[in-house]
Ligand binder design. Structure first.
Ligand SMILES: Nc1ncnc2c1ncn2[C@@H]1O[C@H](COP(=O)(O)OP(=O)(O)OP(=O)(O)O)[C@@H](O)[C@H]1O
Ligand SMILES: [Mg+2]
Length: 455
């Protein structure tokens, strides 16, 4: 643990200053990461960062104090040292008032800087040790039973959930379809300090566009035709608890502005009213689409994206969870046996290879469905899984294809999957598919696949 603790993240828009400070810290034995602006640092920060932040105050895009606010929301216990202009006492006082660990005046004495950073790192180390201990004690919080899995990706996610449980930081859950986004959102609510409060889920993909505003913000009686009585919106309804906006990418643009305002001002105005209502709600959002790409394409507001994405939870797809596939399958067949009152079964050794080789495009949901079909099947046990998986594979092939066409399609799919897994990294794809570079290139050309599309 200790070797990662002395990490310092340095944020300064002045390249010379950044390089000089980094050099000082490097010589003093710290592991330094430098960033030209706060947003870049935020994008890479995970609340479990074991070190401390040293940030300049005067910076374009996002200044040090705003940065501090975002960091506080992410992790109250992350020490932030701000670098203020010499003599700017007011700024220094303000920084401390807002929760900065300490400040250093520019131009700084290296000794003073190192002293402050050393103390900040010590504080951070204690906090991380405490968290670690708490996690081990909280092995009994029930999260393991709700969010099943032992692979590193899932364990990390459970840790992250416990770490952010008691903050009010907005969380964005990202994952392919069926990976368990709703499970994660609910889990987070149940282990959080708001667990006594309501959990209000809204599926943004299922609300007609003209109903959105009223659904989220509510309306007064007579606000529009058909509004025959006052209705409380979901934001107000979730008061004191959690609002879960599922499929947030489907939210219409005009509504995004209003949601952003509600989050910034912490208040909502019902349609037909002038009276703002204060709201105290933690926001959890989920998406299976690439929201940043949606921002670039102009379908999603970037300012809203950064507002809802203070903490990001990435759920790994099932194909990357290794033997968790078997663990989950066992769990789901046991569950299905109880639900459908069938005799309990366990996975046949001959089935494990099939389960591991399947690529699970529908993720955990697909696995759960297959487990149910397995339990309900009237075939002899050894024929069940090959038959069920066989049909679910065939479903993806076009009917009437020739063998050659099927092979071609299959080859393309395998190439795409490997490229996706390795983000277009040629060496890794060559190794995985055991192909020489030249053959790989020929195949990519033949299938009109471009590496850059997978970066
Ligand atoms: N780690 C897990 N442990 C136990 N059950 C899980 C886990 N992950 C997912 N499930 C189950 O898998 C199914 C799909 O999960 P969920 O509905 O949360 O996925 P999702 O990511 O929200 O999917 P979609 O993108 O389609 O909305 C549910 O039945 C859920 O209970
Ligand atoms: Mg879902």
């Amino acid at each position: 643990m200790t070797e990662t603790l002395d990490e310092v993240w340095l944020v300064d828009d002045d390249a010379d200053m950044r390089a000089a400070t980094a050099q000082w810290l490097d010589l003093a034995g710290y592991q330094v990461r430098s960033f030209p602006d706060a947003l870049t640092a935020l994008a890479q920060l995970d609340h479990n960062m074991a070190g401390v932040i040293v940030s300049d105050v005067k910076m374009p895009k996002m200044d040090g104090l705003n940065f501090l606010t975002r960091l506080n929301a992410l992790d109250r216990d992350l020490p932030v040292v701000l670098v203020t202009a010499h003599g700017d006492v007011q700024m220094a006082v303000e920084a401390i008032r807002q929760g900065a660990y300490d400040f250093i005046e520019k131009p700084f004495e290296p000794d003073r800087m190192l002293d402050v950073i050393q103390r900040a790192c010590e504080k951070r180390r204690l906090i991380m040790e405490n968290r670690d201990l708490r996690h081990r004690l909280e092995g009994t919080s029930g999260i393991e039973q709700r969010l099943i899995g032992n692979c590193p990706g899932v364990r990390r996610m459970r840790d992250e959930i416990l770490d952010i449980a008691d903050t009010d930081a907005p969380v964005l859950i990202q994952g392919e379809t069926g990976t368990g986004k709703e499970v994660v959102a609910r889990c987070l609510h149940e282990v959080s300090s708001r667990r006594q409060g309501k959990y209000v889920a809204v599926n943004c993909g299922a609300i007609p566009e003209n109903m959105f505003e009223s659904e989220l913000f509510g309306h007064e009686r007579g606000a529009f035709t058909g509004a025959d009585r006052r209705r409380i919106g979901r934001f107000e309804y979730a008061q004191g608890g959690v609002l879960f906006l599922d499929e947030i990418g489907a939210m219409p643009l005009p509504l995004q502005v209003k949601v952003l305002r509600a989050l910034q001002e912490r208040e909502v105005v019902r349609i037909g009213s002038n009276e703002p209502q204060a709201i105290d709600v933690r926001l959890i959002s989920a998406t299976n689409s690439d929201l940043l790409a949606a921002c670039t394409a102009g379908h999603f507001r970037e300012d809203l994206y950064y507002r809802i994405n203070v903490v990001e939870l990435q759920i790994p797809p099932l194909r990357e969870r290794g033997e968790d596939i078997l663990l989950l399958f066992d769990y789901f067949i046991a569950q299905a046996a109880v639900t459908y009152q069938r005799p309990p079964l366990s996975v046949m050794p001959s089935d494990t290879g099939l389960l591991m080789a399947h690529d699970w495009p529908g993720n955990v949901r697909e696995l759960k469905n297959i487990a149910e079909r397995y339990i309900l099947s009237s075939l002899p046990e050894e024929h069940r899984l090959p038959t069920i998986l066989g049909t679910s594979c065939q479903e993806t092939l076009k009917p009437g294809s020739s063998l050659q066409e099927m092979l071609r399609q299959h080859e393309r799919t395998l190439l795409e999957q490997s490229l996706t897994r390795h983000k277009g990294e040629v060496q890794a794809v060559m190794a995985e598919l055991n192909l020489p570079r030249r053959t790989l290139n020929e195949k990519l050309t033949r299938h009109k696949l471009e590496r850059k599309d997978f970066f």
